[in-house]
Design a protein around this ligand. Structure first.
Ligand code: MEV
Length: 321
């Protein structure tokens, strides 16, 4: 029996980093996905091949070790931790495709984690609810990254446009009858989410009276953004995105390359532009009102560009035979 599961990438529109402190956030699932195929390994080993990243290796289930020479094998930590939630250690082949820039702030690790949990649980005839998949996936991110909010794994599990309430008390699907046309610009410089989250915490510990108001400001801005999105007030979406970018800069997660892309986009057309995700490299998100093609052209000259639509579909599982 072969099982394939897939899960989408995500882009955060509002509230990254503040969400780690229980503040609300808004994020959308993107039409870019990670795919995980699993089937039996008769030699009783756990073998993983992530073809498009040139990562191959074995997972030592008992000793919690990754046996691979691939320089970018870090993502296998998420895979090992994921299968430990729903597998007994018997032989397994895994073939993974990631149609998402890795370390680009687009939730590639969350998508691989969600899809792995979904595929391996189904292979083991364990029927997990969406809630259970999201819960296990968040636990995996916490184990691997040490500090993580449930935002990335929630969006990758459920799909759509999501408002994660304060203290992650509830997940609200924002049902809008229009598409949010966004462009993602991404750099070759990769951000390490765990380190960036730790950096913000350090800054907050050092200057609590300065950084706490920044985090509270992001909270207020995100609450306002929810209303503004629901009423499709494009001008305000733009303004709030630009303010959010400034606040992320104050938290210390901006870089010269990201800044360059953010202002390149704003100079080329009418848009809101901000870092999306952890920062420190990675991606920006641009909400275009006018001059979309010009903005894409300008960003292409500066770095890489991805057109992105909301994916309504979250995690998906199919049985091949
Ligand atoms: C990373 O995609 C988003 C952060 O807010 C971290 C997290 O929510 O765990 C930076």
């Amino acid at each position: 029996m072969q099982i394939v599961a897939s899960a989408p990438a995500k882009a955060i529109l509002f509230g990254e980093h503040a969400v780690v402190y229980g503040k609300p956030a808004i994020a959308m699932a993107l039409n870019k996905r990670a795919y995980v195929k699993v089937w039996e390994n008769v030699e009783n080993k756990i073998y993983v091949d992530i073809n498009d990243l040139d990562i191959k290796g074995y997972l030592d289930f008992e000793n919690n070790m990754i046996l691979s020479d691939s320089p970018k094998k870090g993502i296998l930590r998420y895979v090992l931790s994921s299968i430990k939630k729903v597998h007994d250690g018997s032989g397994l082949n895994m073939y993974i495709e990631v149609d998402i820039p890795i370390g680009g702030g687009l939730g590639s690790s969350a998508a691989v984690t969600v899809a792995t949990i979904a595929a391996v649980s189904k292979y083991n005839k364990i029927d997990l609810s969406m809630e259970e998949i999201a819960k296990f996936a968040h636990e995996v991110e916490l184990e691997v990254q040490k500090s993580a909010s449930p935002l990335d794994t929630t969006v990758s599990t459920y799909g759509g446009l999501i408002y994660l309430e304060k203290d992650a008390k509830d997940i609200i699907q924002l049902e809008i009858d229009y598409n949010i046309p966004v462009i993602i610009g991404y750099t070759d410089t990769r951000g390490n989410t765990g380190k960036l989250v730790a950096g913000v915490r350090k800054r907050r510990d050092k200057y609590p009276e300065i950084i706490d108001p920044v985090i509270n400001s992001i909270e207020r801005l995100t609450e306002e953004a929810k209303e503004v999105i629901l009423s499709n007030d494009k001008e305000k979406i733009i303004e709030l995105m630009n303010i959010n970018h400034g606040l992320l800069d104050a938290l210390g997660v901006n870089t010269k390359e990201l800044s360059n892309m953010v202002y390149t986009a704003r100079n080329a057309g009418t848009c809101g532009s901000k870092i999306t995700g952890a920062g420190g490299g990675g991606s920006i998100i641009v909400y275009c009102l006018e001059g979309t093609e010009k903005i894409i052209g300008a960003l292409k000259k500066a770095d890489h560009v991805l057109r992105a639509d909301i994916s309504k579909e979250g995690v998906k599982i199919s049985i091949l035979d």
